[in-house]
Design a protein around this ligand. Structure first.
Ligand SMILES: [Ca+2]
Ligand SMILES: [Ca+2]
Length: 311
């Protein structure tokens, strides 16, 4: 048994050597029966290999070399496309992280999840990098009508929303005017849900401008900041957001959830026009806050109602 086992081992080892092309003369040391067995093992061994990797046959070295070159080229291709994908990802995340100003000079934005929002309440100017600041309702109307539809010299062109500190934020401006000023600055109004996401972490207290009817310059209170770095989302000015609803008729409050103003209730059949939501509350404690919500027709210019941009 031991002899038979040794012989079987020798046959198997020899078969492997033959299959690898290392030895064929050694077969001469075997009897015809064992040579047959080697043949069978070699055939089985070769059948289980990729053609390009078969060694010990005519032309197989070339085939192997070609296979190696093909594999190297394939690997290089993969590496190049992996690099390209990585670079694209890096570029995308750099853009995401930067939230750079979409139009040079129009001021700072901060990253909130998948979007950017203005760091400050918007102020309105004649140029993207400043020029003359427009602060009154009459000045806004002379640059761009309440409807946001250009008319004569009021062509809505020299009319830019900017997110800059220590500026008088635009007050008594319509939703349509705000939208045009933002469009010129590469921005848009935030959606209601985006505004809510961005306000997170802003104090609901007199850390924000909520204790007077005075409208303060943007970013006056360093503690009135959201966890994303946006200032004055609570208080100072209320802020238009993009969403429209039927005009509300009632202010039933949030109940025990919060003391913030809640006027999104009822659907007026008397008000002519839809209503756009505005958020954050006027500068009055305690009805100002991160949940404060009310609505007005988008053509309204109301004291204490401004906006900020998103993109
Ligand atoms: Ca505000
Ligand atoms: Ca409040």
């Amino acid at each position: 048994m031991r002899t038979a086992g040794r012989r079987a081992g020798k046959v198997a080892a020899l078969a492997l050597l033959v299959a690898l092309g290392c030895d064929s003369s050694a077969q001469a040391t075997l009897g015809p029966k064992d040579r047959k067995m080697v043949k069978r093992i070699v055939a089985a061994e070769l059948a289980g290999r990729a053609p390009g990797l078969v060694v010990g046959h005519a032309g197989s070295a070339d085939t192997a070399a070609r296979a190696d070159r093909a594999e190297a080229a394939d690997n290089a291709d993969h590496a190049a496309s992996a690099d390209a994908a990585t670079n694209a990802q890096h570029a995308a995340s750099a853009d995401q992280l930067s939230c750079s100003s979409p139009v040079a000079g129009t001021g700072e934005m901060v990253r909130v999840g998948s979007f950017c929002i203005d760091k400050y309440e918007a102020s309105v100017w004649t140029r993207p990098d400043g020029g003359t600041q427009l602060t009154t309702e009459a000045q806004f109307d002379a640059a761009c009508p309440d409807s946001g539809q250009p008319q004569g010299a009021a062509d809505c062109e020299d009319f830019y929303a900017r997110s800059v500190p220590a500026a008088d934020p635009a007050d008594e401006i319509t939703w349509f005017q705000a939208q045009q000023a933002l469009a010129n600055s590469g921005r848009r109004l935030p959606q209601n849900a985006e505004w809510q996401e961005a306000v997170s972490g802003t104090p609901d207290s007199t850390d924000c401008v909520t204790d007077s009817f005075t409208i303060e310059p943007t970013g006056s209170l360093p503690t009135c900041v959201s966890r994303f770095g946006a200032y004055d989302m609570v208080g100072n000015l209320s802020e238009w957001v993009a969403d429209w609803v039927p005009a509300s008729t009632d202010c039933p409050t949030w109940g025990g959830f919060t003391d913030d103003r809640m006027c999104l209730a009822g659907a007026s059949t008397a008000v002519h026009g839809p209503a756009a939501l505005f958020r954050g509350g006027y500068n009055i404690d305690p009805v100002a806050g991160p949940f404060a919500v009310a609505d007005l027709t988008p053509q309204s210019s109301e004291t204490g109602l401004g906006f900020r941009g998103a993109r």
